[in-house]
Design a protein around this ligand. Structure first.
Ligand SMILES: [Zn+2]
Length: 181
């Protein structure tokens, strides 16, 4: 469905009277909400409108933990999948815990608590893992400098990148590249 001005105003005002009339998805996070959702307002160009919650799900969107667009609680397991989806899709960006909480529609402290309880990692540790794994494949598959790769995986400070890499894998990015060339 097309995003009309009426829809947009309803979303902006968290207007409860539009609940069950339409649902909206946020393309960058693939999460969908009721119009009344109290989550921070997404960018207008990222909003997609659905006539039913089924249509939103069919389009690959997952329910928001906060406004529960399926009329039932979102399990922590599903929420973890949403969080991981954001991390995997957006790891090159500067994703702070606050930014992540905003994108997956939860509070920072609750997010960190649930994530660690279910995965044994903090979201930041998971993000670092994704970034370093990606760096490994860049080191193996490209000729790009370590500094460029560091920036590409979202750790623009290359000295810090080298330190994290060495701490995690027991060798520097240079050694890793030599070994896997
Ligand atoms: Zn929501």
């Amino acid at each position: 469905m097309r995003l009309t001005e009426k829809n947009w105003v309803a979303i902006k005002n968290n207007d409860k009277s539009f609940d069950n009339q339409f649902w909206y998805g946020v393309k960058t996070t693939k999460i969908f909400c009721r119009p009344s959702c109290p989550s921070r307002l997404p960018k207008k160009e990222n909003v997609e409108i659905f006539a039913s919650s089924e249509a939103a799900q069919a389009a690959g969107f997952r329910p928001c933990k906060r406004c529960r667009p399926l009329n039932r609680p979102v399990s922590n397991q599903v929420w973890i999948e949403e969080i991981n989806h954001v991390l995997v899709e957006h790891y090159p960006e500067n994703i702070t815990l606050a930014e992540l909480a905003y994108r997956v529609h939860g509070s920072e402290s609750y997010l960190r608590h649930v994530y660690r309880e279910l995965t044994g990692l903090t979201p930041q540790q998971k993000l670092a893992k994704i970034r370093l794994e990606k760096a490994k494949s860049y080191l193996q598959e490209t000729d790009e400098s370590v500094g460029v790769i560091a920036g590409r995986v979202g750790i623009p400070n290359s000295a810090y990148f080298i330190k994290c890499f060495a701490e995690t894998y027991g060798q520097t990015p240079y050694q890793y590249r030599l070994q896997h060339a």
